[in-house]
Design a protein around this ligand. Structure first.
Ligand SMILES: [Zn+2]
Length: 302
């Protein structure tokens, strides 16, 4: 009988230990809502030729099974974006495509676009042409490997053009170039909607990212390849989590399918995002995953 009186207490103790252990190891459920891919390329090596590894049906299937409901699309050359934006397959898949004008006709343009007047004319021509599904919504992605080139004559003209025509800019640049590009606009950057591809791929300190977000109210950070973002177990590192909680309306996720390998691992990329999004409060996760991108382009809620 004495044993009987002891057991319930022992059980309570064991149960408490077990619950504590579970709480310590439990992780938040992954984010399961819609995703907005704010940095997607559909370059010719993905779709060109009869044996193309990633024809339209393939990339749309990847978006659909990951619940990627809208994408910022650009490509070298622009034909890939045109195809993605206008295909009946895209409509059937329920994917909204926001087409951007890429500044590169070929690899040589990567290192010369910011001073090449023929690129400016090409952008004007592409904007006038639009796509059969509607106008282009932005310019980019473009790269500046030397931030001083943000002061190139064509770079400055394109930033002013983007602000005047209410186009979104997708820029793979460092933090110094963000200031220079913003300075080239009529509003000194207050009215330019700029998506900062990778939010500092060279590891711009979090404090400097925060300073730029505070300085430019329409600056958005896209988070592919961002060093220092994810820590143990694929969770957000503490400084990034704090920054997202402070600026919940300013970040977005992206695939950056710049080479075919990124298409091959598209599922894993999106699963990785869902894992750390799940660590954020639900309303913040949904903003970063979907609403910030949707809001930037006036899409209706999902
Ligand atoms: Zn890219």
């Amino acid at each position: 009988m004495a044993r009987r009186r002891v057991l319930p207490g022992a059980w309570r103790h064991c149960a408490a230990m077990l619950l504590a252990a579970l709480a310590a190891t439990a992780r938040a459920a992954d984010y399961s809502g819609p995703l907005f891919d704010a940095h997607l390329h559909y370059n010719e090596e993905a779709w060109e030729g009869a044996t193309a590894p990633h024809p339209l049906a393939d990339v749309l299937a990847r978006m659909k099974r990951n619940n990627v409901a809208a994408v910022v699309a650009n490509s070298r050359p622009n034909a890939g974006t045109q195809a993605l934006a206008t295909s009946a397959l895209t409509r059937d898949a329920g994917v909204t495509v926001l087409p951007f004008v890429r500044l590169y006709r070929n690899r040589a343009d990567y290192n010369n676009w910011f001073r090449d007047e023929s690129i400016y004319q090409m952008v004007l021509d592409e904007l006038a042409r639009g796509t059969p599904a509607g106008p282009f919504r932005g310019i980019g992605e473009f790269h500046l490997y030397d931030s001083a080139n943000a002061e190139g004559p064509v770079a400055k003209k394109l930033m002013a053009l983007a602000e005047q025509r209410n186009l979104v800019v997708l820029a793979h640049v460092d933090d110094a170039a963000i200031d220079l590009l913003m300075a080239a606009t009529p509003s000194q950057g207050r009215n330019l909607r700029l998506i900062w591809a990778h939010t500092g791929i060279g590891g711009t300190p979090v404090a400097r990212v925060e300073q730029l977000l505070a300085r430019y109210p329409l600056l958005m950070g896209e988070l592919s390849y961002r060093p220092g973002l994810a820590c143990d177990g694929g969770k957000l590192c503490p400084d990034w989590r704090a920054l997202m909680l402070k600026y919940p309306t300013r970040f977005m996720i992206g695939s950056d399918t710049w080479v075919n390998q990124r298409w091959m691992y598209y599922d894993e990329l999106m699963k990785g995002y869902r894992a750390w999004l799940g660590d954020l409060p639900a309303d913040v996760a949904r903003r970063v995953a979907w609403e910030n991108g949707a809001g930037l382009f006036g899409l209706s809620p999902r």
